[in-house]
Ligand binder design. Structure first.
Ligand SMILES: NC(=O)C1=CN([C@@H]2O[C@H](COP(=O)(O)OP(=O)(O)OC[C@H]3O[C@@H](n4cnc5c(N)ncnc54)[C@H](OP(=O)(O)O)[C@@H]3O)[C@@H](O)[C@H]2O)C=CC1
Ligand SMILES: O=C(O)C1=N[C@H](C(=O)O)C[C@H](O)C1
Length: 250
């Protein structure tokens, strides 16, 4: 059987360099290109890449994906910074290239995906929900893509269950003290040397709390998800939001 021809964009970065090693080690894949800043995207077409794993920076991801989708190269995207406007733009490119698939995964680690799912399931049973994400200080964006997605899923679950607004009597606060407001869910970002990627979802009800915590201790935690994404995206045209869609969780 022929091997899946995979390229990595952002190949010299923290997660990109780990992804290069993971693709090289995968028996069913061939690493056909490893692009860093300044490398021309035409390398992808010249190398015959079927899938591009995009792990760069919010400022770079859109140009890279536009090229990939226009050229029928499927995308597995870990880069963060997604807004509704960016997603609409990506969808329009995909509409014009209907056989191409792109997976955007706010987090490739199984534990983080399960954290999001458990938080979504638990959200309607508790009056209060807040998210704390903790990352290394070199991270460009805040809150993390994972925390933003988690908060949106909690907010959707609460809205679907007609939950009232969260109790919060704060009438005076220093700017930022109550975190960022993501669809009504407070999200707090910590940046600390020594950390990699961590998240706590705090849920509170009368007389009890539930804390769901996940820790990525090494970039290897993201690799099985990236490889799974590459294998599945080639047969999944259009936009797929979240690795959970490839995990048969239900
Ligand atoms: N979804 C997930 O599970 C995960 C997602 N991420 C996300 O992945 C992204 C990268 O994270 P991380 O590896 O920590 O960041 P790094 O800064 O370590 O790596 C990014 C790399 O991309 C390079 N780069 C920047 N622009 C381009 C470009 N146009 N073409 C090619 N390469 C480019 C950078 O080069 P230079 O150094 O010259 O700037 C750098 O080598 C972030 O958005 C992060 O949030 C990270 C971990 C897990
Ligand atoms: O920048 C990182 O490191 C990470 N970014 C992703 C995010 O923003 O959620 C995934 C993970 O948290 C690591």
């Amino acid at each position: 059987m022929s091997k899946l021809r995979v390229a990595v964009i952002g190949a010299k970065g923290r997660i990109g360099s780990e992804a290069v090693r993971a693709v090289e080690a995968a028996e069913d894949m061939e690493l056909v290109a490893a692009l860093g800043r300044g490398d021309g995207l035409e390398t992808l077409t010249e190398a015959g890449a079927q899938v591009a794993v995009e792990l760069t920076h919010p400022d770079a991801v859109m140009d890279n994906l536009e090229f990939c989708v226009r050229n029928g190269i499927h995308g597995v995207v870990g880069t963060t910074g997604w807004t509704d406007e960016r997603l609409a733009q990506l969808r329009s490119w995909l509409d014009a290239s209907p056989r191409t698939g792109v997976l955007i995964a706010p987090n490739f680690s199984i534990g983080a995906v399960l954290t999001m799912r458990f938080a979504q399931q638990a959200a309607r049973f508790f009056e209060s929900a807040e998210v704390i994400e903790l990352h290394h200080p070199n991270k460009a964006d805040a809150p993390s893509g994972t925390a933003a997605r988690t908060a949106k899923l909690i907010a959707e679950a609460r809205a679907a269950a007609d939950c009232p607004p969260q109790p919060d009597a704060t009438s005076s606060a220093l700017d930022g003290a109550r975190g960022a407001d993501v669809d009504g869910i407070p999200v707090h970002s910590v940046r600390l040397r020594g950390l990699l990627a961590h998240q706590e979802v705090l849920l509170g009800g009368v007389g009890e709390t539930l804390t769901i915590r996940h820790d990525s201790l090494h970039h290897s935690s993201f690799m099985p998800g990236i490889l799974l994404g590459a294998r599945r995206v080639v047969a999944t045209p259009g936009l797929t939001m979240g690795l959970e869609n490839f995990l048969d969780l239900d």
